[in-house]
Design a protein around this ligand. Structure first.
Ligand code: HEM
Length: 376
């Protein structure tokens, strides 16, 4: 999943084919992972500077990995500049230059040019790195948790598959289908509620403030909020807060405010890639679910959240993949249902059992309550 989302952000973010799906051994990939681990360790162990200076502990390879990322993102920035400034002449614009122009960073560059601004190389490098870091693990992990939760709830998986087949038919997903995949949207919203890709976030008070409950926040305070707990809070989500129940999103009259459900942040610094991430995840599920079905290949209590900057899985998600047409064995379903309970204990995630055996009539009625996802 990481490689899929990395290649996607490469193409959409800056019109470049990273090719990690073809070549997982790339040194860039290794440095990318290592650099993120080093950055996370700095939160955990604030006295990292002497370690970096001495080149020991988790800072031992900092220079090597950071340098590789620096060089890579600088070279991407250079290519972007070249692609945009190339004289198109009579021969027209080359395909890769069109891709560059349409990419996120290409659009930033063109906008700056229109306003007579020149973006520095370092600024562009930071943009490239920002998109890579923000767009890879978040989306890959949300997709992995969605597949895990669908493994645990065959009824939900079947409903999502039925919707995808109804909406996309045999031609596969198209952009215009996205807003009609309401149940799939509910699966993703519910997944992010239980496993928010960014499980813990913080705000820094630039001036004195008072929270709605009267708590005084002096200037300079860092306030942390725990999205993982908020997503499981009975006061917000009701008594079944721990249960994976996509239907709750279809039953709502209006979606929760971004402040009650800040999985993409709220306010002016909302996630810039929110709509891209939703299209990407829906497209991925719409491509695979009609064909394939996933069965967990390890005991459910071994799928543990691994919360760093984002929330992955400590052992990945080993699955057996079968054709979607193959019926689930009775034994298989029974073991899943009991395993779901264990998962609730092991991961604090919830259980979704027979309550999802919604019949067709109810299924249709459900869809009407769902807030239309804005075209992305
Ligand atoms: C499921 C997928 C995703 C989730 C849950 C997610 C979540 C978030 C969150 C919580 C923040 C705010 C972090 C903070 O406090 O500063 C954020 C910011 C951001 N995200 Fe995402 N994100 C996702 C995918 C993406 C993708 C695919 C991109 C690709 C472009 C992206 C680009 C960004 C950027 C550029 C910011 C910084 C925005 C700003 O500070 O103005 N995200 N995201």
């Amino acid at each position: 999943m990481n490689r899929f989302t990395l290649d996607t952000i490469g193409e959409i973010g800056f019109g470049k084919c990273i090719g990690s799906l073809e070549d997982p051994s790339s040194p860039f990939l290794q440095s990318f992972d290592k650099a993120q681990q080093i950055a996370f360790q700095r939160f955990v162990l604030p006295v990292w500077r002497p370690l970096r200076w001495l080149g020991i502990g988790h800072e031992r390879e900092t220079r090597k990995h950071f340098q590789l990322l620096d060089e890579y993102s600088h070279s991407v920035a250079q290519d972007l500049r070249k692609g945009l400034s190339r004289d198109t002449g009579r021969a027209g614009i080359a395909w890769e230059d069109i891709e560059t122009r349409k990419s996120f960073i290409g659009l930033f560059l063109q906008d700056a040019k229109k306003r007579g601004q020149e973006l520095s190389d370092d600024y562009l490098r930071d943009l490239v790195l920002n998109f890579l870091i923000a767009g890879r693990d978040t989306t890959a992990q949300a997709l992995s948790w969605a597949i895990f939760l669908l493994c645990m709830t065959p009824e939900c998986e079947a409903k999502a598959r039925r919707e995808i087949r109804d909406v996309c038919g045999v031609r596969g997903p198209a952009y215009d289908d996205m807003s009609r995949l309401r149940y799939v949207q509910a699966v993703l919203s519910e997944t992010l509620r239980l496993f928010p890709s960014v499980p813990l976030d913080a705000k820094y008070a630039q001036s004195d403030d008072v929270l709605p409950d009267g708590t005084v926040v002096p200037r300079g305070t860092t306030v942390f909020y725990n999205l993982y707990s908020m997503g499981r809070d009975h006061a917000i989500w009701g008594e079944d807060a721990e249960v994976f129940r996509p239907e709750r999103w279809l039953e709502m009259e209006s979606p929760p405010s971004n402040y009650a459900y800040p999985v993409f942040n709220a306010g002016p610094r909302e996630c810039l890639g929110r709509r891209l991430a939703i299209v990407e995840m829906k497209t991925c599920l719409a491509m695979i679910l009609p064909e394939l079905s996933f069965r967990l290949a390890i005991p459910v209590d071994q799928v543990m959240p691994d919360a760093q900057l984002t929330i992955g899985m400590s052992r990945g998600l080993p699955c057996t993949v079968v054709r979607a047409s193959e019926p689930r064995e009775v034994d298989d379903l029974a073991s899943t249902a009991s395993a779901v309970g264990q998962s609730g204990k092991a991961t604090s995630s919830g259980s979704c059992t027979s309550e999802f055996a919604v019949d067709e009539e109810e299924d249709n009625a459900d869809s009407d309550g769902q807030e239309e996802e804005k075209p992305c």
